[in-house]
Design a protein around this ligand. Structure first.
Ligand code: ADP
Ligand code: MG
Length: 365
């Protein structure tokens, strides 16, 4: 039995990775320039996979940090420093760290070969973070810049509401680092980088990452299903019809279709059956999620799950009783912020096609 060739939930590369040729070229050339980069897209569109692929293939020195996992200011500093230890020899760093305002404890873990770093916790002092960022600047060279990627950057506000200004004041003097800021909350990232009075106004070029073009994704799916099912083409198309070419959900559905096919030869209705299986496996989560919503949220999502009528039209309002367009608009904004709805251009859609189906199933039974 062939191994399932689809993968979802973790960073993908190699045979699990498709397309993004234009993005790889474009972002690659930004990283070779004097510019900093801001990369945004809704969750699970493939930002992390894309940047990690670029970093791995670049042969440059880089520091990658996911801000979602950073707990505090001193943790931010420790995590960065830990990653610097991965790319520079201990001996070289020693001298620099001696001049830090707060000296961290650095313990080498003999099992993993990694260092554990602790700054005095709870001090709320920004000195460690400043010192670490400036250390990276010193370690880089104008001709050999270090790439620093801060993923899910909007999370700095959770750490400390004033952290963006402090970061900006340190980072703006750096010449030997290419910064990449990534985020899944488009509105928050745009607030940080595009508002005139914001901390990072015009700090770098902003790129939004879209879904994978349907045609490219179809080839990717078809190639993998060929030899496994006779109807590789129609099966691939049916998957994309449901997933809307969303990178994560497409891989999830293709994975599940593959699993079902490896248990049965009956191809008819296999994609629908796989979708149903995914919906049911999340029944509990969807129910919890549903119960966090208010009445207008529920009405808007129900209407959107039922068909393709734009939620901002009179027709939608009439059919689903959602009331004034301004109410629907603010509801949409809020649901976009929560990540439940995505906005591409001026088109709104429910992010998770299986949640959308769940709403329909539940209303039917
Ligand atoms: N280039 C790609 N080709 C195929 N699948 C992809 C690609 N990028 C992302 N995916 C799918 O989407 C999922 C989420 O990707 P990830 O990089 O974690 O997104 P993000 O960082 O935007 O949340 C992956 O686990 C994979 O299933
Ligand atoms: Mg990510």
């Amino acid at each position: 039995m062939k191994e399932n060739p689809f993968k979802f939930g973790t960073v993908v590369d190699g045979e699990y990775f498709t397309d993004r040729e234009d993005e790889l070229t474009k972002i690659g050339s930004y990283l070779k320039s004097e510019n900093h980069l801001i990369l945004i897209s809704p969750r699970r569109f493939g930002k992390t996979s894309l940047i990690r692929k670029l970093l791995n293939e670049s042969r440059r020195r880089y520091v990658y940090l996911d801000m979602q996992l950073v707990i505090s200011e001193e943790d931010f500093a420790s995590q960065l420093l830990k990653r610097i230890y991965r790319i520079f020899p201990l001996q070289k760093l020693k001298g620099y760290i001696k001049s830090f305002r707060l000296i961290p404890s650095v313990i080498l873990n003999p099992v993993t070969g990694e260092v554990e770093i602790t700054f005095k916790p709870g001090s709320k002092d920004l000195a460690p973070l400043e010192d670490v960022l400036n250390l990276i600047e010193k370690l880089g060279k104008e001709s050999e810049k270090i790439i620093v990627v801060l993923d899910e950057f909007q999370d700095i506000f959770r750490i400390n509401s004033g952290l963006d200004r402090m970061l900006r004041s340190v980072i703006q003097n750096h010449r030997n680092i290419n910064y990449v800021f990534m985020g899944s909350s488009e509105s928050m990232i745009r607030d940080i980088f595009e508002k005139k009075d914001s901390s990072f106004y015009r700090f770098g070029s902003l790129i939004t990452l879209g879904k994978i073009p349907e045609e490219k994704f179809r080839l990717f799916l078809e190639y993998r299903f060929t030899g496994f099912v006779k109807e590789a083409g129609p099966v691939s198309e049916a998957i994309l019809n449901i997933s809307g070419s969303h990178p994560y959900y497409t891989q999830q559905l293709a994975f599940t279709v593959w699993e079902l096919l490896s248990r049965s030869d009956d191809v008819s209705g296999i994609v629908e059956a796989a979708a149903y299986e995914i919906v049911m496996s999340h029944d509990n989560d969807f129910e919890l999620l549903w119960n966090t919503l208010n009445r207008t949220d529920m009405m808007v999502l129900t209407g959107m799950s039922a068909g393709n009528i734009s939620p901002l039209t009179d027709e939608f309002s009439r059919l689903y009783g959602t009331g004034a367009a301004s109410t629907v608009f603010s509801t949409l904004q809020r649901l976009v912020k929560k990540g439940m709805i995505i906005k591409e251009g001026s088109v709104y859609s429910i992010d998770d096609p299986f949640f959308s189906r769940w709403i329909q199933y539940r209303r039917r039974v």
